[in-house]
Design a binder for this molecule. Structure first.
Ligand code: MLT
Ligand code: MN
Ligand code: ZN
Length: 306
């Protein structure tokens, strides 16, 4: 089973078009040791030919251009993207669906009921697509049964409800629903190896910690270094918690959580990194600290064979 990081940044990307923070300015002018990143998405494949797109980023067309595996290769109208799954209805995870409107059959799309409601109301992408290719919607039921995805033969996907946040536009932003956000446990049934993917993790609940403890590869929330990072930079009024994210540093932060895992040989990778996050500076102290804790930082194109 292959996992590709298509976009490793949080919403806005790195650099963000209108952001003049130290990181964005530095990467634009090449005065910082840092690497550009596109917005949040990964792809999973069992056979290297058919891919499940997990999150459809606003940068999806760039992702397809950068990854030949996702490009047409067989028929007149074709794609390596066999199906799409979105873990929430955030703009950075669903806007790319509009770019798939030329699909020659209804687009296979896996979502929870809560996310589907947002995509049919607050941000009616599914309704809009019904005038183009249409959507073949598959429910992620959150009833404990694994998801069987046709294109991923030999791969099991288990969805975990997460405490995070529905998007700002959602009528449920302040009234959380079961299924607004999910994490995924992706298992290669042949090797028994597991990936845990959760780019938005507001809190480490017991079932989340248990899933993290059993994973061989963790791709987890790397959005912000400190809870008040964007406030201190004068860029936002929201804390990490307001946005449904867990900061990395300090007591109860992601570094501490990852340190507490007992499993050996697990790869710990931060993903969905906001452009303000100092871990983007490759020769900076925060990055050094992560390295000391055995934690990696995802980059666009990072690939795993599990
Ligand atoms: C988030 O996860 O909070 C997002 O990256 C925000 C956004 O897409 O604007
Ligand atoms: Mn996001
Ligand atoms: Zn910035």
């Amino acid at each position: 089973m292959k996992i590709k990081v298509l976009g490793s940044s949080a919403g806005g990307g790195f650099p963000q078009w209108n952001c003049n923070c130290r990181n964005c300015n530095g990467v634009r002018r090449s005065t910082l040791k840092a690497t550009r990143r596109t917005q949040s998405s990964i792809a999973v494949s069992a056979n290297g030919e058919d891919w499940l797109l997990v999150n459809a980023s606003p940068d999806l067309l760039a992702h397809i251009a950068a990854h030949p595996e996702l490009q047409p290769a067989r028929r007149a109208r074709d794609s390596g993207i066999a199906a799409v799954l979105v873990i929430d209805a955030q703009i950075d995870h669903v806007t790319g669906l509009l770019m798939l409107r030329e699909h020659d059959t209804p687009l296979p799309l896996y979502t929870t009921d809560a996310v589907w409601q947002d995509l049919c109301s607050g941000f009616p992408v599914a309704t809009i697509l019904s005038h183009y290719c249409g959507v073949e919607h598959y429910r992620i039921a959150l009833d404990g049964a694994p998801l069987a995805i046709d294109a991923l033969n030999g791969v099991q996907i288990d969805a975990l409800p997460l405490s995070s946040k529905a998007p700002p536009y959602s009528p449920h932003r302040h009234a959380p629903r079961h299924g607004d956000n999910i994490g995924l446990v992706i298992t290669n049934r042949q090797t028994g190896k597991r990936v845990f993917y959760a780019p938005g993790l507001g809190a480490i609940e017991a079932h989340v910690l248990a899933a993290m403890g059993e994973a061989d590869l963790l791709l987890v929330d790397g959005t912000l270094w400190t809870g008040d990072e964007m406030i201190r930079l004068g860029l936002s009024k929201k804390t990490a918690a307001d946005m449904g994210h867990l900061q990395q540093s300090g007591p109860g932060g992601m570094i501490e959580v990852l340190d507490s895992l007992e499993a050996q040989n697990v790869r710990k990778v931060l993903i969905h990194i906001n452009n303000t996050n100092p871990i983007l500076v490759e020769d900076g102290p925060e990055r050094r600290l992560l390295t000391e804790h055995g934690i990696e930082v995802a980059y666009d194109g990072m690939t795993f064979e599990i």
